[in-house]
Ligand binder design. Structure first.
Ligand code: PMV
Length: 332
């Protein structure tokens, strides 16, 4: 058992989304109703150091501050899951740092639970494989299953916990893409994804979307294999709109879009009509990810700047790597 380990992991953006859990499955397992597909995001990351804590309780520091109660409990529940299969069950100290501001509107749970899983696997000496860590990370946050791998990643829905993990389909270098993220709003979302997944099947549209995902994933993977970014972008836009259709028609209704969100959706389609290779997708929030061909990214970025998205309102993320263990540890 190593005393200290540090891991850096990246968030991911889904092009085919996970929204809604497998019917009848225990919510805490985060078993999805469908498979999903993502790009791991370079340039943004969470770094997490895990060490054995000599005092009588787990300690969790996030971005320099003791974690709030809910975040603390979520991290400890994850450590408990991992300690359950370890030879010894020490208290642990978790120090975590995001290089993107918390509350920037960019979800950090995928990178956070991927980094925590990899670092705790080292410290507890569990010797888990990438797939096994994907299964564990999934239980911290569903989308974290995909951040266990770099590049272009498929999360197989599976029917039982051990079979629900992600795999890398292609490495980051496969496609020259940049994800330009417009941070439309920094407001904390009122309904987080954990609660949202539980509302999906109150929408009359959910069953239709679930039925559509398997063929969409097949088409997405075929388009990825032939490097057909245009088809991938079209499919990603349509699935994002399908997911938001489900959200908007749930009870209660989830309306994550702000006026600024809709402005960019129209703008992206107008830019595409001008010949720029760019497509949008949106997670459970108001921010818009504009996926562009690398060669067109500077022009798309200039257009986004004209809409007010620059400085800390814009992130530019190429496909990123999987988690890496670092030699240098965070103090705190
Ligand atoms: O991992 P969670 O429970 O935060 O769910 C992620 C939900 C979406 O970001 C909206 C879609 C996805 O597949 O990442």
């Amino acid at each position: 058992m190593g005393m200290t380990a540090t891991c850096r992991a990246h968030p991911n953006i889904a092009l085919v989304k996970y929204w809604g859990r497998r019917p009848g499955s225990p919510p805490e397992l985060n078993l999805p109703a469908t498979g999903s597909f993502s790009m791991t995001m370079g340039g943004v990351h969470t770094t997490t150091t895990v060490s054995v804590e000599p005092t009588g309780a787990d300690v969790v520091l996030i971005d320099g501050k003791p974690a709030e109660r809910r975040a603390y409990d979520r991290v400890v529940a994850h450590l408990d899951r991992m300690r359950a299969s370890a030879k010894s069950q020490p208290h642990l100290r978790v120090v975590s740092q995001n290089n993107f501001p918390q509350g920037s509107g960019l979800a950090s749970s995928a990178s956070a639970f991927a980094a925590l899983t990899v670092a705790a696997n080292e410290v507890l000496g569990l010797g888990l494989s990438g797939r096994e860590m994907s299964v564990v990370a999934r239980q911290g946050s569903g989308s974290a299953a995909r951040s266990l791998f770099g590049g272009w990643v498929l999360w197989n829905a599976g029917s039982a916990s051990e079979g629900s993990y992600a795999d890398q389909i292609e490495p980051p270098s496969h496609l020259p893409v940049v994800d330009l993220v417009a941070l439309v709003s920094r407001a904390h979302k009122k309904v987080g994804s954990g609660e949202g997944h539980g509302l999906a099947d109150t929408s009359p549209l959910h069953a239709a979307r679930v039925a559509s995902v398997a063929p969409v994933l097949d088409e997405m993977l075929a388009a990825l294999a032939r490097k057909d970014l245009a088809r991938m972008g079209e499919l990603a836009e349509r699935d994002a709109l399908a997911m938001h259709g489900v959200m908007m028609t749930s009870s209660p209704s989830l309306l994550y879009w702000e006026p600024g969100t809709v402005e960019i959706l129209h703008a992206v389609r107008a830019w595409r009509a001008e010949g720029l290779r760019c497509w949008f997708t949106i997670d459970a929030g108001p921010n818009v990810h504009v996926l562009c061909h690398g060669d067109d990214a500077p022009r798309v970025q200039a257009k986004m700047r004209a809409l007010g998205y620059e400085g800390d309102r814009l992130l530019a993320c190429p496909p990123g790597p999987g988690p890496t263990l670092l030699r240098e540890h965070l103090s705190g």
